[in-house]
Design a protein around this ligand. Structure first.
Ligand SMILES: *[C@@H]1O[C@H](CO)[C@@H](O)[C@H](O)[C@H]1NC(C)=O
Ligand SMILES: *[C@@H]1O[C@H](CO)[C@@H](O)[C@H](O)[C@H]1NC(C)=O
Ligand SMILES: *[C@@H]1O[C@H](CO)[C@@H](O)[C@H](O)[C@H]1NC(C)=O
Ligand SMILES: *[C@@H]1O[C@H](CO)[C@@H](O)[C@H](O)[C@H]1NC(C)=O
Ligand SMILES: *[C@@H]1O[C@H](CO)[C@@H](O)[C@H](O)[C@H]1NC(C)=O
Length: 662
């Protein structure tokens, strides 16, 4: 065991040696935004003074803020809220200034400053404005893990600053002389006296305070663009590099960059969620053409999609009288108010007590907002669209090429540890597999154990292969049993027969040993051996691959025995296995009794399906009255649309959900 540990460490050290050659601080990170696709796929304004997110983050935004019918606003609306019809993909290069990178107190996570929400072009957080003045332009980040969705690791929001970040895109009334249209929401600093707009000459060349650098002077901050403290004669210009440089430099005006978008960088949400394959028209003979067509002309004779929730008296001390309303239109998605409007959202006990069919209405694509599996599938669908083969069959939501192009997370100077410098107790490590950025995690089952596992997600199996992740030499596992997970990371050897899907023992231990390879082919080999061992054969390879794919992940299971049980059940119940292949009937046991059992099982499954369908289609209308405390969430939506798509914000400035991580 000691030998293999030593070997492992040496290999890691070698791989670091190779990568250490490049010490570039440029990170390559895929970021996403929910927006209205411009007609030709070309942004009219490049993204700045705005917020973006990773895949889970942008799905979370749409799932929570955009499509939930009973809070989405005017039922007569002609489009999805804010006109959102697409996800846009930005392959960002980020190189934050040394003022941030060399000052741990300013870094939220390695490589990034703190996040701030943008509203109508205004950075609404004083912290961000002060940071931009003091440090120059930077890209900020916020780690998110609220129970708005359910997942096994956090997700991320980003902020990218732009020109004159303290003033709105256009002036806001009643600012003297302002004739612009009122914005959809009032950005905080402009209330109640209005604001100058970014482009107003008087604001750019502020005669009263030509070197304005103090955003806490709110009176001036409504009239004048902020300047950098290091260059008081310069208005903050924003971090988007001009096209003359090949990479962001980290200097004023150049901390992020991306290739201009084209049509391929947009994913139509109506393709993603299946609306464009739904039936429309009076006889359902044609395919729907988008959100509005389906909403108005869906073919839904049973009223499966024509309902939504309604909540009365839903606030802290309210009665929470929730009813189902029949609608005259088809509903993309609705979530029970117990899960949407309570303080603890998906984790509210009242929400958790609901059956799946009571929790959500609408398209199957959106179901399972409070379940890991649902979010996993949606996120992978988005990742597969944008990242293609690089993420296929891996469960990954990030592109390995982007990770490889980014610097190591752990401090390379042992005398100056950072939040990614591990102790022998299993953490904190950092992985880029979660959102493409340095995300802390821990290894379960080390000796001594990680002190505070509830604050961290489990590291992905491959974490020690990510560059820069060298475990301290004293690191050891408390046990070499794969069921205790630790050894699966390559710390020592696991006590298990076999190494991969072709020879791992057919037990829970062998299952985990195979899972650590994170390769569906290996899992399928492993599962196929179980099937053949029981005299069965795979009758539908693609179907089987897909079923097996759902049984593993790049993070180890929280409960390995449970995961093994689900894996066995998946095989036992698989519709892609022929348990009694006809060509060469198995001698001895099996035979007739088995066929009878198979028929019985099939009948049972069919009966189960029938029952589920019955319950789903013909649910009685629900009337639930409950009185538990919960805070009515005020959904603040800050999005601006008529000013061109690039002005749209990804995220609202809802103070409750926006939290700084650093
Ligand atoms: C801006 O103000 C400076 C003095 O602070 C003045 O010299 C300059 O001409 C002004 N520029 C414009 C475009 O008004
Ligand atoms: C709940 O709301 C429904 C519909 O608004 C109403 O008809 C019903 O009387 C309410 N029930 C209670 C217990 O308040
Ligand atoms: C989150 O998902 C997991 C796995 O599907 C489930 O066990 C857990 O109860 C879910 N949590 C909530 C709050 O729904
Ligand atoms: C593992 O291999 C050993 C030696 O070949 C054998 O005795 C043992 O039964 C195997 N265990 C399992 C679970 O396959
Ligand atoms: C799956 O089937 C096998 C063989 O019939 C049985 O031993 C095992 O207990 C089953 N496992 C589960 C989880 O259903």
């Amino acid at each position: 065991m000691t030998t293999s540990m030593w070997r492992c460490t040496t290999l890691l050290a070698l791989s670091i040696g190779v990568n250490a050659a490049s010490d570039s601080q440029v990170q390559t990170v895929d970021m996403y935004r929910a927006m209205q696709k411009p007609p030709d796929g070309k942004e009219t304004n490049r993204v700045s003074n705005n917020n973006l997110a990773d895949i889970l983050g942008v799905l979370r935004y749409v799932h929570q803020e955009i499509i939930v019918e009973h809070v989405a606003g005017n039922p007569e609306r002609e489009t999805r809220k804010y006109g959102i019809d697409s996800f846009a993909h930005y392959r960002m290069k980020v190189r934050n200034p040394d003022t941030i990178l060399k000052d741990p107190s300013k870094m939220a996570i390695p490589g990034f400053g703190g996040f701030g929400a943008f509203d109508f072009g205004v950075a609404t957080a004083m912290d961000l404005l002060q940071g931009l003045v003091a440090s120059g332009d930077y890209v900020g980040i916020s780690k998110q893990d609220s129970p708005q969705i359910n997942f096994t690791h956090p997700w991320y929001w980003f902020s990218v600053d732009g020109d004159c970040p303290n003033l709105p895109w256009t002036c806001v009334k009643p600012y003297p002389g302002c004739t612009a249209q009122a914005p959809p929401t009032m950005p905080q600093p402009c209330d109640p006296d209005g604001c100058a707009g970014k482009q107003d000459e008087a604001a750019r060349n502020c005669s009263s305070k030509p070197h304005f650098t103090d955003p806490s002077d709110t009176e001036t901050a409504r009239k004048c663009c902020l300047h950098y403290s290091s260059s008081p004669d310069k208005v903050i210009m924003g971090g988007l590099c001009d096209t003359s440089v090949s990479e962001p430099t980290g200097n004023l005006g150049c901390v992020y960059q991306y290739e201009e978008l084209s049509s391929k960088d947009f994913l139509n949400i109506d393709d993603l969620n299946g609306i464009n394959s739904m039936q429309c028209g009076s006889n359902g003979k044609r395919k729907c053409s988008g959100w509005k067509d389906w909403r108005d002309n869906c073919y839904d004779p049973e009223g499966k999609y024509k309902k939504r929730f309604h909540c009365e008296d839903c606030h802290d001390s309210g009665k929470w009288n929730v009813t189902t309303q029949v609608t005259g239109y088809c509903v993309e998605y609705d979530l029970h108010p117990f899960c949407q409007e309570t303080q603890n959202l998906c984790q509210d006990p009242k929400c958790m007590a609901l059956k799946p069919e009571e929790k959500e209405y609408g398209l199957p694509f959106w179901s399972g907002k409070c379940e890991v599996e649902g979010n996993r599938k949606r996120a992978e669908a988005v990742a597969t669209y944008f990242l293609g083969d690089s993420v296929k069959n891996s469960h990954w939501l990030v592109d390995k090429a982007a990770l490889d192009a980014s610097p190591v997370c752990a401090s390379t100077d042992i005398s100056v540890p950072n939040q990614c410098t591990p102790n022998p107790d299993g953490g904190p490590y950092c992985t880029r597999v979660f959102g493409g950025v340095c995300s802390t995690c821990y290894l379960p089952g080390t000796d001594p154990p990680y002190p505070d596992p509830s604050t961290q997600p489990m590291c992905p199996f491959g974490v020690l292969k990510e560059k820069g992740n060298t475990p301290p030499t004293e690191t050891k596992c408390a046990s070499n049993d794969p069921l205790k997970i630790c050894c699966l990371y390559g710390l020592g050897t696991c006590a298990v027969n076999g190494t991969d899907g072709s020879d791992a023992e057919l037990t829970a231990r062998g299952f985990l040993q195979t899972m650590r390879m994170m390769d569906n082919k290996e899992m399928v080999k492993f599962a196929t051996r179980i099937v053949s061992g029981r005299g069965g054969a795979i009758s539908n390879e693609n179907g089987f691959d897909e079923e097996i794919y759902a049984t593993w992940h790049y993070q180890p299971p929280n409960n390995p025995e449970e995961a093994w049980k689900i894996f066995e059940e998946t095989i036992n119940k698989s519709s892609s296995v022929d348990w009694h292949p006809s060509p060469k009937p198995k001698p001895g046991s099996g035979g007739g009794g088995g066929t009878v059992i198979t028929i019985l099982v099939v009948l049972l499954i069919l009966a189960g399906l029938g029952f589920a369908a019955y319950k789903f289609y013909i649910r009685p209308r629900q009337e639930v009255a409950l009185g538990t405390g919960g805070r009515l969430k005020s959904s603040l939506h800050r999005q601006y649309q008529s000013c061109g798509q690039a002005r749209q914000q990804l995220l609202p400035s809802d103070n409750r959900s926006v939290q700084m991580s650093g």
